[in-house]
Design a protein around this ligand. Sequence first.
Ligand SMILES: *Cc1c(COP(=O)(O)O)cnc(C)c1O
Length: 388
Amino acid sequence: MSDISEPTPAGFSTRAIHSGQDFDPTTGAVVPPVYLTSTFVQDGIGGFRGGYEYGRGGNPTRDSLQELLASLEGGTKAFSFASGLAAEDTLLRAVLTPGAHVVMGNDVYGGTHRLVNRVFVPWGVTLDTVDMSDVDAVVAAVQHKETAVLWIETPSNPLMKISDIAALAEIGHKAGAIVVVDNTFASPYLQQPLSLGADVIIHSTTKYLGGHSDVLGGAVVVNDIELAEKVGFLQFGVGAVSGPLDAWLTVRGIKTLAVRMERHSANAQAIAERLVGHPALDAVYYPGLSTHPGHDIAARQMSGFGGMLSVALTGGASAARRFAESTEVFQLAESLGGVESLIGYPSEMTHASVRGTALEVPENVVRLSVGIEDVDDLVGDVLHALER
Ligand SMILES: *Cc1c(COP(=O)(O)O)cnc(C)c1O
């Protein structure tokens, strides 16, 4: 495994292309190869080349991704996994014990809530969900018990609520909790939670980091050596590692993260502005709109507002379903963060697992993952579908 990555002075886009990506020393290949191997020859028993022994413990392609992720998030160490939820599961095993208390937003990713509520709670963990934009409610929730983890997701899914990372990190730390930020929606290009006081970053690299809807993956980034050791042990000891080809595809996606996020943000802003006041809509949820309740905090803690937006339809559930099924450039599919635009109906797709809970999404809400196609085509597609 590679050493803890050195802090690099280079700018974000330079690091996105070069961190952990040294050319192949044997051939000079500019792009480091995919090491499709499960094991490594030893020069005599215990004579490991580059420290590599067996693929679950370490693989050079996985290391190149991990070094890249640590560099982009400003962490000391990153660990990559087979999916975002595998990353979350491994982190939670590292920081929770039976009896531990978790506080998370009442609008976190449905799968995150399901993981804690249906897997960890039966093992003796307790969970409270609160409105993360209500600071008093968060203070009350973390003081109520010995809270081990404060879990923040901002912008949240699908209503694009913004939480103040720096303020919440202070509250969490006062209560003795580890402060985790799921940075999937913003990506490290737009938001740097460790610099705002968070302890751990979670990613579904399936989304913006991979960026091309062709690979699943997840990551944990930490800035504490002791926690790095625990997560590193569990990555090896539990084994939900990312495969070499998945890691390589994710690295390839990350190289263009900066330019993609610029275009995602510009396209989403244009669509949001065009949709404000549309007669078919009750609300447009996009933090780049000055009328969004989290706009000021988002402007302070993010360097752009991202490519995700949601709308609430005046005509209720049936109008929302019809809209989600009527676009042509926006394809009806779960997931987000790829170059291609996607549309989804959260209450029956991404958030079906939280129906009937406090995390339920209104039935008139439709979510757009705005891609990097021509903005006129995207605006036209949305307006045309709303007319139907
Ligand atoms: C998709 C997603 C996850 C889960 O990641 P997978 O790669 O699907 O396991 C976690 N958090 C957020 C915000 C997500 O969008």
